[in-house]
Design a protein around this ligand. Structure first.
Ligand SMILES: Cc1ncc(COP(=O)(O)O)c(C=O)c1O
Length: 389
């Protein structure tokens, strides 16, 4: 039966019970059964994000003149993100609702920058590796751009030579991922930066899943290739707070090397009855909660908190590798690179192992990557307190 709005309102206890019932068949992310999708640090971190979100639940990001608090919080989040990504004082940007929107805003900025600085005769083109997120095609669809997807190299990284060959007179943007979601490896951003500079192109680095992770992996002594504003030629970066930043969902950052690039990502309009209208994102009304929660969690965890969590992610990787070695005789490191927390070892086996892992550990949802078929994902041992519960 189709549901309709009840004639008389229902009490909260009954509603709450029905919501809890509806959740029963969902994957148990609290106990580490889900790879990606939910990035859970611990109950206390979750509570901080919920409390901060609630404090700014009703405030509206579309009216920053009314909420100087949110203007300040967003600016400080952007400053903290810039510091993490080796940006200097010139780096600027915005918070958005997520990775897709951050990518959209960067592509929009690049398109409008190209119109002013290197106009094309045909449809402007974006050259990406096949491993890049679908959000580039989604953005291109709405922005009337064309995406050229180039096969990745044998190490799953972008093949810079092949990307160079794909450049045409209409190309305006190159994209590198740090890392790409399917395999967790960082594209050769330094080489892409050189190529972008040589050809006068905009280089966007999609660090949605790694932007708030890679720095800590490096701090813990693991080698991470350069991928951020330390690389000359990088124009913009997308990095999601609602992933390894452990913020509430609806929080990402899009950063630009300087205001000359950033000025193209917003929208301004005057021709309506209410006067000037401008937004720095695609969305109009947006809760201030996501901004406040992100600001809160960055300050709550601090460097030590992030290092602790990322250390546990790297432990999970080591354990998964050991399982793979024992179960299948596969030693992942021999197969190539791994840059952040993705489990290279999982990638080296086909999906019959998925059955084993699912059977053996009560339903871990490992991510299956197609062509070539691999198992992949971002895993974490559940926090000790949750493990005990
Ligand atoms: C590398 C990368 N880019 C972009 C996105 C899109 O982010 P969102 O789902 O927040 O829009 C993701 C999501 O997993 C991602 O991993």
């Amino acid at each position: 039966m189709r549901r309709s709005i009840p004639k008389t309102g229902i009490g909260w206890p009954e509603i709450q019970a029905e919501l809890a019932q509806a959740q029963k068949k969902d994957v148990d992310w609290r106990h580490g059964r889900l790879s990606g999708m939910v990035y859970f640090a611990d109950e206390d971190v979750l509570q901080v994000t919920k409390d901060a979100y609630s404090m700014f639940f009703s405030e509206n990001m579309v009216a920053l003149h009314a909420f100087p608090s949110l203007e300040r919080l967003e600016r400080e989040v952007v400053e903290m993100a810039s510091g993490l990504l080796n940006g200097d004082e010139s780096v600027t940007g915005s918070m958005s609702s997520g990775g897709t929107e951050s990518i959209f805003l960067a592509m929009k900025a690049a398109r409008d920058w190209a119109r002013d600085n290197r106009p094309t005769k045909g449809t402007p083109e974006i050259v990406v590796s096949r491993t890049a997120h679908p959000a580039f095609n989604k953005s291109a669809h709405f922005l009337d751009l064309k995406v050229i997807r180039v096969p990745q190299g044998p190490d799953f990284r972008a093949d810079v030579g092949a990307m160079e060959e794909a450049i045409t007179e209409n190309t305006i943007i190159l994209v590198g991922s740090a890392p790409a979601y399917p395999h967790g490896v960082i594209d050769p951003i330094t080489k892409l930066g050189e190529l972008a500079q040589a050809r006068g192109l905009w280089l966007h680095v999609d660090s949605c899943v790694g932007g708030y992770l890679a720095h800590w992996v490096r701090e813990l002594g693991y080698p991470v290739p350069d991928f951020d504003f330390s690389v000359p030629g990088v124009t913009s970066i997308s990095a999601d707070l609602h992933k390894h930043g452990y913020a509430a969902k609806g929080a990402s950052t899009v950063l630009f090397r300087n205001a000359d690039y950033a000025k193209y990502h917003g929208f301004e309009f005057d021709d309506w009855a209410r006067g000037h209208y401008s937004t720095s994102t695609f969305t109009g009304t947006r809760s201030g909660g996501g901004v406040a929660a992100a600001w809160a969690v960055l300050n709550y965890l601090g460097e030590d908190g992030y290092l602790e969590i990322v250390g546990e992610i790297l432990d999970a990787r080591a354990i998964l590798r050991a399982i793979l070695w024992l179960a299948r005789g596969v030693w992942p490191a021999a197969r190539g690179a791994h840059d952040v927390a993705d489990d290279e070892g999982c990638r080296s086996v086909v999906d019959d192992l998925r059955v084993k892992i699912v059977d053996g550990s009560q339903g871990h949802d490992l991510v299956i990557v197609s062509k070539p078929k691999r198992v992949s994902g971002f895993h974490r041992i559940p926090p000790a307190r949750t493990r005990a519960a």
